[in-house]
Design a protein around this ligand. Structure first.
Ligand SMILES: O=P(O)(O)OC[C@@H](O)[C@H]1O[C@@H](OP(=O)(O)O)[C@@H](O)[C@@H](O)[C@@H]1O
Ligand SMILES: [Mg+2]
Ligand SMILES: [Zn+2]
Length: 188
């Protein structure tokens, strides 16, 4: 059974793949960062459990459907497998901001669902990597270490909330690969 201490929860858009202010609406627009794919593979090869928690309000907004999202995640899993790793689970919130669901970040519903799926009751000590404040808040709500990356909306998030990293609670890295370098070095 995986342990939270070796669990990394990833936001998707802006961390694993290029984000867009117009949403990532098709498989063609789903452009993973190559270094993110190899970083995920390196993590799983080192015995870490990697999962993804992503808001996908574009579904509620009618920009794309569940089948298109599933095709993106099949592509993601294939790329990671080809790189020699695996993503243990992907959870998404298909709802819009006014749907009142419990799974849209910053609420921790997706993270709790992933924990239950993996048999990890307590997520305390896990790592949550995101480019938006809501990712970090969702992670902290279940005791994960928040990690902000500069990719995607990360620079904007940092500019809007500079206190995020000044209080020492949130770690800051240029991208997912830099965080994984640090994490794997740290565990040696
Ligand atoms: O970063 P993750 O959670 O993987 O996915 C974010 C996306 O679902 C979209 O989330 C939207 O936020 P709203 O859902 O409209 O507030 C916007 O920020 C889009 O630019 C972005 O592509
Ligand atoms: Mg994001
Ligand atoms: Zn939801």
């Amino acid at each position: 059974m995986p342990l939270a201490e070796k669990l990394v929860i990833l936001d998707r858009d802006g961390v694993i793949n290029q984000d867009s202010d117009d949403y990532v609406k098709s498989l063609d627009e789903f452009l993973p960062y190559p270094q993110a794919i190899t970083a995920i593979a390196r993590l799983s090869q080192a015995g870490w459990t990697v999962v993804v928690a992503t808001n996908q309000s574009g579904i509620a907004r009618g920009y794309y459907d569940e089948a298109t999202l599933a095709a993106m995640h099949e592509r993601l899993n294939t790329l990671v497998a080809d790189a020699g790793g695996q993503i243990a689970a992907i959870a998404h919130c298909p709802h819009g901001p006014s749907d009142g669901c419990e799974c849209r970040k910053p609420l921790p519903g997706l993270l709790k669902r992933l924990g239950a799926e993996l048999g990890i009751e307590d997520l305390t000590g896990g790592w949550m990597v995101g480019d938006s404040l809501r990712d970090l808040e969702a992670g902290e709500a279940v005791g994960c270490h928040p990690v902000l990356v500069r990719t995607g909306k990360g620079e904007r998030t940092l500019a809007k909330y500079p206190e995020l990293t000044s209080d020492g609670r949130t770690s800051l890295f240029d991208d997912l690969a830099a965080f994984v370098d640090w994490l794997l070095e740290k565990q040696l």
